[in-house]
Design a protein around this ligand. Structure first.
Ligand code: XMP
Length: 524
């Protein structure tokens, strides 16, 4: 598979930085950090490199991401030597650093673990990579191997508190080749963002032109060019991705957008009404398909989480087919696919399936529709900025992510109307209290979960056996890993009191205190 630029039609030919991905989430963080500072960065998996693409003058520099544990493990990914012969600045990070050291004749050894916060001493403060760094700074490390001997001719720019090489600078074809052992892309390296900016700007001379908020017109133009005939179907869910997709389409091809909101009865309280209000104010008039009875019926008696997801996906597909059969003018299906999904769908051979995050996967080919994905170059935080640029309300732009199968994955065991009602009411309380505490935009998700276990309660003087509601509040950068939020006790207390008082049949509230991994965020 050869890499072709994802910036189809918009802003082609403008400066960019290529992040060669060796796997893992760090590669996304690198691209995000660069983009946050205005440098457009694209990920190319190391298996899809094309010399022709990297030779283009708009590619200003190359970053090698972190990756597998060791360059010495069998089958460890390699980098073709020609990448170092392009005469472009290179920055290798962690695995990329060790790979560069090996390729340039240095020595990488096993057994020098550094994990977590590590202090680094800068030996070459005059080097442009370390502009703005003090003589000692905190960094984040995560490696078992280390560079024991730097490549011949390379200059060691920094060492770690344990005496290992933390950064070097070499040269290839007149261009600087940098390597850093630490992860500048993670927030635990406080000056890491500055280092990436130094590399992109001072060293590579890339222009900081990327600003998603300014791309609305280009995206609308591109959609107009591509949707030439017939209508485009877009399913809206109330989330920021599908809403932005629908509003862009409405601007591009008004009158030819078929927006549908499938009400599966698994939405949060007031979500359908709120979604309709926002879409209408943006000129999109969705058709609401009331499928609440059909979904409940499809889920009756099903306890297995994957089976629930499968049945929900199947019924979605059925409803879509009915819509397309009804209106033969529909030729396109628009989806709010984001950049990480575009990369991940091609780049994780052999990865274990944890959950079927379905939404409408595989459906378009089966329906014979052409897929339109206006957000495929964007990260979530960039879509939020697009939403604001489109004039959508801030509450929508910063709304927490919500899973496609809705509350069905927050009800453990069979989905019954009673348990749905409990989750819905309890989740509203959690959300209200998180907002009241001023934490809503600082947390990734905050919701309630219910299962079948009971707890004996006492209400008034009466015994009452009720449900156990678990509250889950997590912080996360991208949903791939997450940590539970250390809420103030008063907030937990208010949530607990309100849930047991306001939601019938609940006699116990618990707080989930496990990170991801080992848990996932949603219980099912
Ligand atoms: P997990 O539970 O796997 O979730 O840790 C990670 C993130 O993904 C969301 N999620 C989904 N999103 N369709 C979606 O669009 C799905 O089927 C789905 N399942 C989980 C989840 O809310 C969290 O943010």
């Amino acid at each position: 598979m050869e890499h072709s630029s994802l910036l189809h039609g918009i802003e082609e030919g403008r400066d960019r930085i290529i992040v060669i991905g060796f796997g893992g989430q760090y590669m996304h963080l690198i691209a995000r950090r660069l983009r946050e500072r205005g440098f457009y960065a694209e990920i190319v998996p190391y298996t899809s490199l094309s010399r022709e693409a990297l030779e283009k003058p708009e590619v200003k520099a190359i970053v090698l991401s972190g990756g597998p544990p060791s360059v010495h493990s069998p089958g460890a990914p390699r980098l073709p030597r020609w990448v170092l012969e392009l005469g472009k600045p290179v920055l290798g990070i962690c695995y990329g650093f060790q790979l560069l050291a090996t390729m340039l004749g240095g020595r990488v050894e096993r057994g020098c673990d550094e994990y977590g916060r590590t202090r680094v001493r800068v030996l070459a403060p005059e080097d442009p990579l370390f502009r703005g760094w003090g003589p000692e700074e905190d960094t984040w490390m995560s490696h078992g191997d280390c560079v024991r001997e730097p490549p011949p001719g390379a200059r060691v720019l920094a060492v770690s508190e344990n005496g290992y090489v933390a950064a070097f600078r070499a040269e290839s074809r007149g261009a600087p080749v940098y390597g850093v052992q630490f992860h500048p892309e993670v927030s635990h390296t406080p000056k890491g963002g500055l280092l990436l900016e130094n590399f992109a700007s001072g060293i590579a001379g890339a222009e900081a032109w990327w600003n998603p908020g300014n791309l609305v017109e280009a995206l609308v133009e591109d959609l107009r060019r591509r949707i030439t005939k017939g209508k485009v179907l877009v399913a809206v869910s109330g989330g920021v991705d599908s809403t932005v997709t629908a509003v862009l389409l409405q601007r591009a091809v008004p009158g030819r957008v078929v927006a549908v909101l499938v009400d599966h009865g698994l939405f949060r309280e007031g979500e359908v009404e709120e979604t309709l209000r926002i879409l209408r104010s943006a000129g999109v008039e969705p058709r609401v398909i009331d499928a609440r009875g059909r979904f409940l019926e499809a889920l009756r008696g099903v306890r297995d989480p994957e089976e629930k997801r499968r049945r929900i996906g199947e019924l979605f597909a059925k409803i879509f087919r009915e819509l397309v059969e009804e209106d033969p003018e529909i030729r396109y299906l628009a989806q709010g696919t984001l950049y990480p999904d575009v990369i991940e769908s091609g780049a994780a051979p052999g990865a274990d399936k944890i959950k079927s995050h379905h939404n409408v996967g595989g459906l378009p080919e089966w329906l014979g529709l052409e897929v339109v994905e206006p957000l495929r170059e964007f990260y979530k935080d960039e879509v939020r900025r697009l939403a604001l640029a489109l004039g959508l309300p801030r509450e929508l732009a910063y709304r927490h992510p919500f899973p496609g199968p809705g509350l069905a994955v927050r009800v453990i065991g069979e989905v019954t109307p009673e348990k749905l009602e409990i989750v819905r009411k309890a989740s509203r309380i959690v959300e209200e209290e998180i907002r009241r505490a001023g934490l809503y935009e600082r947390v990734w998700q905050a919701f309630a979960v219910v299962g079948d276990d009971r707890w004996v309660g006492v209400k008034g003087d009466r015994r009452e056996e009720g449900y156990i509601v678990t509250v889950r509040v997590v912080e996360s950068e991208d949903g791939m890993t997450a940590d539970w939020v250390r809420l103030p006790y008063e907030v937990i207390d208010r949530i607990s009191r309100r849930i047991t008082r306001e939601v019938p049949k609940v006699t116990m509230v618990t707080y989930a205190v496990t990170s991801k991994p080992p848990s996932t965020i949603e219980p099912q």
